[in-house]
Design a protein around this ligand. Structure first.
Ligand code: SAM
Length: 214
C-alpha cells in the first residue's frame, strides 16, 4: 500500500486540527506517523477514518482525534521520559516517540505486544522500550517519569502510577465505569495531586491489580 499522505493530511486537517488541537508539534507527528502500518492488513484502507478500529484480541486502536487530544494534554516539549500503559497496536507509542526523549510502553496481551514491537522496529522506532506486564503497576525500575499516559479505562487513577511520576509530572487517563469515562489530567505538585476533567470518552478496560478485574 502507498504512503497514503493525502488521507493522513485530511485526517489531521478535518478530524484533529478541525476539532481544536493546535500544538504544531502534535499536528506534525500525526502527519508523519503512518497509521495504516499499525492496522491489521485487512483494515489498512480504513486507517484514516474518524473512528476506533479493532486490532484483535478484543482490543482497539483509538479514534485519531482522541489520540491527538490526549497527546496534546501531555504538553510534550521533546525532553521527556514518557510511560504509556496499553501499547495495543503501537501507534500512540510511535506518536509519543516523535515528541519526547524516550518512550516506555507496557501491554498485558503478548500477541499484541509482539506485533507492536515488530511494527515499531520495522518503522525504526528504536527509542520505544516495550514490556509485557500488568501496567497498573507502572514500570518501577525505569521510574520516575515526566509524563504517563494510560490508553485504557480505569475505575480510578492507579496509585503506583502517581508514585512513579516526577514532581511537576502529568498523567492523562480515562476514568469512569466500564462503559463511559472522562479524560482526567493529574498534575503532581509539591502540595499534592491536582486533577482536572476533560471530555467524555469510551475506552476498553484497564485490566489489572489497580484496574478492573478480568
Ligand atoms: N494505545 C493503543 C494504540 O495506540 O493502539 C491503543 C490501546 S487499546 C485502546 C488499550 C490497550 O490496553 C489494549 O491493548 C489492552 O490489552 C491494554 N491493557 C489493558 N489493561 C492493561 C494493563 N493492565 N497493562 C497493560 N496493558 C493493558
Amino acid at each position: 500500500m502507498s504512503d497514503l499522505v493525502e488521507e493522513r493530511n485530511r485526517m489531521v486537517d478535518e478530524q484533529i486540527a478541525g476539532r481544536g488541537v493546535r500544538d504544531p508539534r502534535v499536528l506534525a507527528a500525526f502527519r508523519k506517523v503512518q497509521r495504516h502500518e499499525f492496522m491489521p492488513a485487512a483494515l489498512e484502507a480504513q486507517a484514516y477514518g474518524d473512528h476506533a478500529m479493532p486490532i484483535g484480541e478484543g482490543q482497539t486502536i483509538s479514534q485519531p482525534y482522541i489520540v491527538a487530544l490526549m497527546t496534546e494534554m501531555l504538553g510534550l516539549t521533546g525532553t521527556e521520559r514518557v510511560l504509556e500503559i496499553g501499547t495495543g497496536s503501537g501507534y500512540q507509542a510511535a506518536i509519543l516517540a516523535e515528541l519526547c526523549e524516550k518512550v516506555f510502553t507496557v501491554e498485558r496481551i503478548k500477541p499484541l505486544a509482539d506485533r507492536a514491537r515488530q511494527t515499531l522496529d520495522r518503522l525504526g522506532y528504536t527509542k520505544v522500550a516495550l514490556k509485557i506486564f500488568d501496567g497498573t503497576y507502572g514500570w518501577k525500575e525505569m521510574s520516575p517519569f515526566d509524563v504517563i499516559i494510560v490508553t485504557a479505562a480505569s475505575p480510578d487513577v492507579p496509585q503506583p502510577l502517581v508514585e512513579q511520576l516526577k514532581d511537576g509530572g502529568r498523567l492523562v487517563i480515562p476514568v469512569g465505569d466500564r462503559y463511559s469515562q472522562d479524560l482526567v489530567k493529574v498534575v503532581k505538585t509539591d502540595k499534592g495531586v491536582v486533577r482536572t476533567l476533560s471530555v467524555p470518552v469510551v475506552f476498553v478496560p484497564l485490566i489489572g491489580a489497580y484496574g478492573w478485574k478480568e
